[in-house]
Ligand binder design. Structure first.
Ligand code: 0WD
Ligand code: CA
Length: 381
């Protein structure tokens, strides 16, 4: 830890985006008009196979094929725990990939990225969608903090998450019930997704969480341009707009809602995360499966991403999408102000804990590096 900002130097919270020492995360500071956000456009795709190997194509893209016998609202009765013991191959979560697959895509697609002069990649930021989802949710998050490592290299800021100690402990101490809940999400997908646009789902197949299809998109929030990548569950072959990301569908499984208290907490916490995650990639539709305590799907529900802000507005103490986006805008401006040394050997570690401001420290130790030597070399040619 070579630099630690002292709280005494913190700027007044009124103009958080001007501070270079810490950033306030209180929702009140970010109320106001929704900032400019351009619908992301897809620039590429890649897939990760059952061994977690990268392929620069769409081989793992699946298609949304809900069974016609199951009407929305009816109970499909799918058992989401089926296969947990004997048809489940889990990704090794101790293997920290960081930005690996995105960087592989960038290296292989340099020609598409419109760089000029010293900037090979004409974007302000490169990151995973999941990292920005955490940033968007920050003003309303009261449980889990985060660590985001940032390096500036040839004019582009790379953001890569580092697992916090608390998150690592939680992961290592997961109970069987929690493991089964994670599995149920993947099992739910297997009931709705087919390998071809006219195929049928094969819900009894092995669930392998190494497999993924990722979309790579250009997006813009206010003055910030990004290259962002995220895992996409499936594409709807019958979507009115067949262009990605408009044809993409996000699948979610969630506990059945049995009373107004559960409904309120679903609206405040689940819908916040679901909206942030899908909005960032421009995914218009979220299909939720609600499971009963025995793990059977009792209903399916469509949520249009653009409807979610209206669904939650009736709740006085709910969240505001403009706050999420204004905070993200401020955070990215903060990062631009702080991260000024253009050197892949320098890592600025932004850290946040609920109830505190975002602070940072600067590191040169190689254990902190987020850009591998092969990438630095490829982008220096
Ligand atoms: O290195 C890291 N700390 C992370 C790596 C954190 C988050 C994601 N990733 C990687 C994963 O390797 C994954 O392939 O990014 C990829 C997905 O990126 P994303 O779309 O930016 O992540 P996110 O929006 O958080 O998650 C999308 C889906 C999840 O679906 P649900 O419906 O549960 O939100 O990606 C899956 C999961 O199915 N997923 C992961 N798969 C493997 N490893 C991981 C992970 N760590 N996190 C989410
Ligand atoms: Ca999903």
């Amino acid at each position: 830890r070579e630099h630690c900002p002292t709280p005494l130097m913190a700027q007044p919270s009124k103009r958080p985006y001007l501070s270079t020492t810490s950033l306030n995360t209180h929702p009140m500071s970010y109320q106001g008009a929704f900032p400019f956000f351009r619908l992301p456009s897809e620039v590429g795709r890649f897939s990760l196979d059952s061994h977690r190997c990268y392929h620069g194509d769409s081989r793992k893209l699946r298609y949304y094929r809900p069974p016609s016998s199951v009407q929305k609202g009816a109970s499909p009765g799918w058992d989401l725990m089926d296969g947990y013991e004997n048809r489940y191959v889990r990704r090794d979560e101790n293997e920290k990939e960081g930005l690996l697959h995105i960087l592989t895509w960038v290296k292989e697609n340099k020609g598409l990225l419109g760089g000029s002069g010293s900037r090979q990649l004409d974007r302000d930021f490169v990151t995973w969608r999941g990292h920005l989802t955490k940033v968007l949710c920050t003003p309303y998050e009261s449980q889990e903090g985060w660590l985001l490592a940032v390096s500036l290299f040839k004019g582009t800021l790379y953001i890569s998450e580092r697992e916090t100690e608390v998150a690592r402990k939680k992961r290592e101490e997961r109970t069987t019930i929690q493991e089964k809940l994670m599995y149920s999400g993947y099992k739910f997908e297997s009931h709705l997704c087919a390998d071809s646009p006219d195929g049928q789902p094969s819900p009894s197949a092995v669930v392998n969480t190494n497999e993924a299809f990722c979309s790579v998109l250009f997006a813009r929030l206010s003055t910030h341009s990004f290259l962002i990548s995220g895992e996409v569950d499936c594409c709807d072959p019958l979507a009115t707009n067949s262009n990605p990301p408009s044809c993409y569908v996000e699948l979610k499984s969630s506990a059945q809602i049995r009373n107004p208290h559960q409904q309120r907490s679903f609206n405040r916490y689940k819908l916040l995360k679901w909206w942030c995650q899908s909005f960032l990639l421009g995914i218009p539709l979220i299909v939720a499966g609600f499971r009963n305590p025995e793990g059977k799907v009792v209903s399916l529900q469509d949520y249009r991403t653009s409807d979610i802000p209206h669904l939650i507005r009736t709740d006085q103490h709910s969240w505001d999408p403009a706050v999420c986006m204004n905070f993200c805008d401020a955070f990215l401006s903060f990062v631009k102000n702080v991260v000024t040394r253009d050197d892949p050997g320098v890592v600025y570690l932004f850290s946040w804990e609920p109830g505190s401001d975002v602070t940072f420290s600067v590191h040169t130790d190689p254990t902190y590096h987020i850009l591998p030597a092969w990438y630095v070399e490829a982008m220096s040619l």
